[in-house]
Design a binder for this molecule. Structure first.
Ligand SMILES: Cc1cc2nc3c(=O)[nH]c(=O)nc-3n(C[C@H](O)[C@H](O)[C@H](O)COP(=O)(O)OP(=O)(O)OC[C@H]3O[C@@H](n4cnc5c(N)ncnc54)[C@H](O)[C@@H]3O)c2cc1C
Length: 503
């Protein structure tokens, strides 16, 4: 193989393109949007700069690896500093906890609640680390092709050892008694769009990695990573075609032969698809045989993660709060989760996450001003043929949800008069994620990692029924979240190279 085309310049597509380039392939990258990064995007307007999607840098080693493998110093592209505090958490207007990024500080916060809870927390961390090592060696860093890769004694035993973990909340609850601490240590499953009460799943370990490896910040925000990858790829001769949607993946005689763009075939020896897997199968792969079991019906029957409603606010005031990341918990958290995942409606009393990086990065806003990003987890959209007018997030719905959320922001967080200081504002709904980035059903974290959509049962990095076609991204193995999508890019490229060397 010589020429490889990559579809989509999200984190998965960019990382795959760099790895392929490093391995000596001639790589071309096609992206439908004017900017690279996919959900890791950026809004720059009226002097304000916002990250669109991801904001929390976990497992920095995996970010750095992309630059290191190309012989570059990651600090020249993505210098990072640890974040302190890790998270400011509010349970009501007068009940707050600050979680530090520093273990010694966390222990003293926990001791203030009780020594037994401090001890339980440390035991929980040790258990988490043990499970993480099992997951890393047996599932996260290896791909699956045939049943023999999964149905073997070693993998099955590892699977059993992981699945004894239960859901995130009850797993924490076995070690920590205080309900506020339980929630503070379990909500991280939201980072991959699943409920803390859902399980068991090895994927619940992933977001909790922040408790082991800490949380980091890159000057310029998270978009610095997407931009750094684009720069690296182009510096080394790679071509990125932005505002260039791929119409379909060309397949002949059971083999991918390139992509069709604006009616023209761009031939290649292999295709790596970083566009969301369910969308790609439905809309980019028209060859029925190549789709195998992923028919339209099967894709619609799969389970999807939640989505997000986000307000990006430019404020003409700098609030005196140090926390970059904060969470506000609903007073009835279980009902909040049920609204999203069972009733599938905008939560009556929503939990939300705030991101305010201006305290460490003043360049993101004009002098004396700041940005505030308010994220509310909400249900994904219905399947395409069940979409009705009621699901279309009309302006009046968005305005009502905005009021509901800003009431709570003012009542229960440090931003007590925020509405008086909004000078710029934009909102993203699940429809924006669906329409801009082709996130199927607007599910911001892709396929939900249920038991039967995980590991061997999650879509593989190599197409089962088509040669020369590989997948990376949130909806394929190993799953969602920036570090894990970076692993999916590594696995997709390893699969491609294994086929190339075997031929
Ligand atoms: C609001 C939000 C908050 C998040 N917070 C965090 C966080 O704090 N930390 C974390 O680690 N993760 C977080 N995540 C998850 C993380 O952002 C994603 O898992 C990751 O960015 C997904 O990358 P991807 O490459 O799989 O997909 P995408 O970013 O969706 O990339 C796919 C790309 O393909 C392009 N594309 C689609 N169709 C076509 C086509 N036909 N032709 C050409 N191009 C096409 C899209 O435009 C897009 O650029 C968050 C996600 C969201 C949405």
């Amino acid at each position: 193989m010589e020429r490889v085309v990559v579809v989509g310049a999200g984190i998965g597509g960019l990382a795959a393109a760099i790895r392929l380039q490093q391995a000596g392939y001639q790589v071309e990258l096609f992206e439908k949007e004017p900017q690279v990064g996919g959900k890791m995007n950026r809004i720059t307007e009226e002097g304000f700069t916002f990250d669109v999607g991801p904001t929390i840098v976990m497992m920095p080693k995996l970010y750095r690896e992309v630059f290191e493998l190309a012989g570059r110093n990651p600090d020249d592209y993505i210098p990072m500093t640890p974040v302190e505090p890790l998270m400011d958490i509010s349970f009501s207007s007068d009940e707050r906890v600050q979680l530090s990024n520093n273990l010694a500080e966390i222990v003293s916060t926990l001791e203030a609640v009780g020594e037994k809870d401090a001890q339980g927390y440390l035991e929980y961390l040790a258990l988490l680390y043990k499970r993480y090592l099992i997951a890393k060696d047996n599932f996260l860093q290896r791909s699956f092709r045939g049943p023999g890769d999964f149905y073997n004694p070693k993998s099955l035993l590892a699977g059993i050892r992981l699945h004894t973990l239960g859901d995130a909340y009850s797993s924490v609850a076995k070690h920590v008694q205080d309900d506020r601490l339980r929630k503070s240590l379990a909500f991280q499953t939201f980072y991959i769009g699943i409920s803390p009460y859902e399980g068991p799943s090895l994927y619940m370990i992933i977001p909790m990695i922040e408790l082991l490896y800490g949380v980091w910040y890159m000057p310029g925000g998270m978009y610095a990573f997407a931009d750094g990858m684009r720069r690296l790829f182009e510096e080394r001769g790679g071509q990125v075609h932005t505002s260039t949607p791929v119409e379909r993946i060309a397949i002949e005689n059971g083999r991918a032969t390139g992509v069709v763009v604006d009616g023209t075939l761009h031939a290649a020896d292999a295709v790596v698809c970083g566009a969301d897997f369910p969308y790609a199968m439905k809309h980019l792969v028209s060859d029925e045989r190549a789709r195998g079991s992923y028919t339209d019906k099967a894709i619609d029957a799969m389970k999807y993660s939640c989505s997000c409603f986000i307000l990006y606010l430019g404020l003409d005031k700098r609030y005196p709060t140090e926390a970059i990341h904060s969470i506000r918990f609903a007073s009835d958290f279980e009902k909040n989760i049920a609204d999203i995942f069972e009733a599938e409606r905008f939560p009556e009393d929503p939990s939300f996450y705030l991101y305010a990086p201006s305290s460490v990065d003043p360049d993101l806003a004009p002098e004396g001003m700041q940005t505030l990003y308010v994220l509310v987890p909400v249900p994904a959209l219905p399947a395409e043929d069940e979409m009705s007018d009621a699901c279309r997030w009309h302006d009046e719905d968005v305005a009502a949800y905005r009021e509901r959320v800003l009431d709570l922001v003012e009542r229960e967080t440090a931003y007590s008069d925020v509405r008086d200081h909004i000078v710029f504002e934009k909102a993203y709904t699940p429809l924006d994620f669906a329409e801009r980035f082709n996130a199927y059903r607007g599910a911001t974290f892709g396929l939900r990692p249920t038991l039967f959509q995980s590991n061997y049962w999650r879509p593989h990095n190599k197409a089962k029924q088509c040669e020369g076609l590989y997948f990376c991204g949130s909806s394929v193995h190993p799953g969602a979240g920036v570090p894990i999508v970076l692993l999916s890019a590594r696995l997709a490229v390893e699969e491609l190279m294994a086929d190339d060397h075997a031929s």
